[in-house]
Design a protein around this ligand. Structure first.
Ligand SMILES: Cc1cc2nc3c(=O)[nH]c(=O)nc-3n(C[C@H](O)[C@H](O)[C@H](O)COP(=O)(O)O)c2cc1C
Length: 331
């Protein structure tokens, strides 16, 4: 399959792995890229620009295919060394960057001058248009279903994607709730030219996280996520657990008076404990509603091959069959 996204990034299949804190290490990024998608190292999981440079070098040892680095612009007071991370990306010869969070306008000129393709992930049409206006090459449009930070507008992809298609000229991928060939074909039908997956890629053989994290995703249904930190306007979709229930009880009790310090135990520094040690009750961790569609832990190659085969069959048999007058149930 060819789309403007496959051509932009030089990849075989229009499937991207989104940056994920303490998940997007070289092992996963390389596995996705080797399977024909675009893998992604999460920049800020690396504590220093030097660590990121080492992770990029490791990924290059594991794949000769293009991969991306995610740069998330956090709403924090003490800003990470973004110029240092950008330097590591450029010097590492990385071909693509996924930006997320705040508008990437400050780093964009450096990335563009180095010939790096930039895909900005955002949760609204207005932010997508802004990304286009400042010169991003593509957008990852992240619907309300997504794991992580869905923003504050709460527009699901069934509406958000065709709205983006109506307004954008640059290509975009659908992000949030994507899991299989059905997701890909639906995303293409709604105007996207590929899809970005987060949660689905955690439940793969190569994702370098504790087995209990993968098991939790397979066990979860579409009803098992919660939105936390909404009163702080930093909404995050997470899988429910005891820490999340505690956090939500604090939000309910403190209402608009809540401050980040009140929930620090449930959210600060919990990712390594969960992802690496498998301490599943340590705190809140991002997970999409799409967990309800995830029932196995395949290799990245098996997953991507299956998605492309499903998409092919859907388009050539189910949809084409309907057009030519023969029809069958989906299963
Ligand atoms: C565990 C986890 C950690 C994430 N960390 C980040 C991150 O650090 N930066 C970022 O831009 N997006 C992050 N995301 C969002 C993903 O890149 C992606 O946009 C999202 O998962 C898509 O929704 P889906 O989970 O329904 O596929 C994270 C998602 C998950 C599930």
């Amino acid at each position: 399959m060819k789309t403007r996204i496959t051509e932009l990034f030089g990849i075989e299949h229009p499937i991207i792995q989104g940056g994920m804190h303490y998940v997007g290490f070289a092992e996963l990024a390389a596995a996705v890229s080797n399977a024909g998608g675009l893998g992604c190292i999460t920049g800020l999981t690396q504590k220093t620009p030097g660590d990121l440079a080492n992770e990029i070098a490791k990924c290059k040892d594991l794949t000769d295919k293009p991969f991306a680095v995610n740069l998330t612009f956090l709403p924090t007071v003490s800003s990470p060394d973004y110029p240092g991370y950008v330097k590591a990306i450029i010097q590492g010869g990385v071909k693509a960057v996924e930006t997320a969070g705040r508008n990437p306008v400050e780093v964009l000129p450096y990335l563009k001058d180095a010939g790096i393709k930039v895909i900005h992930k955002c949760t609204s049409v207005r932010h997508s248009l802004k990304a286009q206006a400042i010169g991003c090459d593509a957008v990852s449009v992240d619907g309300f279903e997504c794991g992580g930070h869905p923003g504050e507008d709460d527009i699901p992809n069934m509406i958000l994607l065709p709205r983006a298609a109506d307004e954008l000229e640059i290509p975009f991928v659908a992000s949030g709730g994507m899991a299989d060939g059905r997701s890909l074909v639906a995303a293409l039908a709604l105007g996207a030219e590929g899809m970005n997956m987060g949660t689905r890629f955690i439940a793969t053989q190569e994702a370098p996280v504790h087995q209990r994290v993968k098991d939790a995703i397979v066990a979860a249904s579409e009803l098992d996520t919660r939105l936390v930190m909404r009163p702080l306007r930093n909404t995050e979709r997470v899988i429910t657990n005891e820490a999340v229930e505690r956090l939500l009880a604090k939000e309910k009790a403190l209402g608009d008076q809540i401050k980040f310090e009140d929930i620090i135990d449930e959210v600060a520094g919990v990712y390594p404990r969960i992802m690496i040690n498998g301490e599943m009750e340590a705190g809140a961790w991002s997970c999409g509603m799409v967990a309800g569609l995830i029932n196995d832990v395949p290799t990245c190659k098996a997953l991507i091959d299956r998605i492309m085969a499903e998409a092919d069959a859907l388009i050539r048999q189910r949809l084409e069959g309907m057009l030519s007058g023969s029809f069958a149930a989906a299963k």
